[in-house]
Write a protein that binds this ligand. Structure first.
Ligand SMILES: [Fe+2]
Ligand SMILES: [Fe+2]
Length: 154
């Protein structure tokens, strides 16, 4: 089994423990949606698409497990490190890259490392394109406009 598939199996197991069906379905749609967007953005920017996709699969897991978005990016980075160490799928360097991306993913107005930016942008793509009838949040507007330009969608 490839390591992305193995990580997804782990995440699927955790998501399947969510008791509320609507929240569970949204969580699955979001993590897989961001994972696909992260793969596309990483390929376009010459980053490792597998690492981008793995970061995306874990990025909001803390919020889904705890039921709270309070400081979920920072706490989620710690959770991701525990999960990755337990699964043993990544090198220490890859684990650091994934955890950094998760740590920074809620700082949408700041610019961080290339992989951090890939995850933020993938998150924004899913927030903004999952339902085009929904209004884009103020803090995501500039980022979404830049993504539309980058991908020739303006
Ligand atoms: Fe998040
Ligand atoms: Fe997210």
């Amino acid at each position: 089994m490839g390591r992305l598939k193995e990580l997804r199996k782990y995440v699927d197991g955790k998501l399947n423990e969510m008791p509320d069906a609507d929240k569970r379905n949204s969580a699955i749609a979001h993590l897989y949606g961001v994972s696909l967007a992260a793969t596309m953005i990483a390929k376009k920017r010459g980053l490792d698409p597998e690492i981008a996709s793995m970061a995306a699969m874990l990025h909001d897991l803390y919020a889904y497990e705890s039921g709270s978005y309070d400081d979920h990016a920072h706490k989620g980075a710690d959770l991701a490190r525990d999960v990755l160490q337990e699964l043993g799928l990544t090198t220490d360097e890859e684990t650091d890259i994934i955890c950094s991306a998760i740590y920074h993913h809620d700082d949408k107005l700041a610019v961080d490392s290339a992989m951090d930016e890939c995850l933020k942008d993938a998150d924004v793509i899913h927030h903004c394109m999952n339902d085009l009838s929904k209004e884009v949040k103020d803090k995501e507007k500039a980022r979404f406009e830049n993504l539309c330009k980058e991908f020739g969608m303006d």
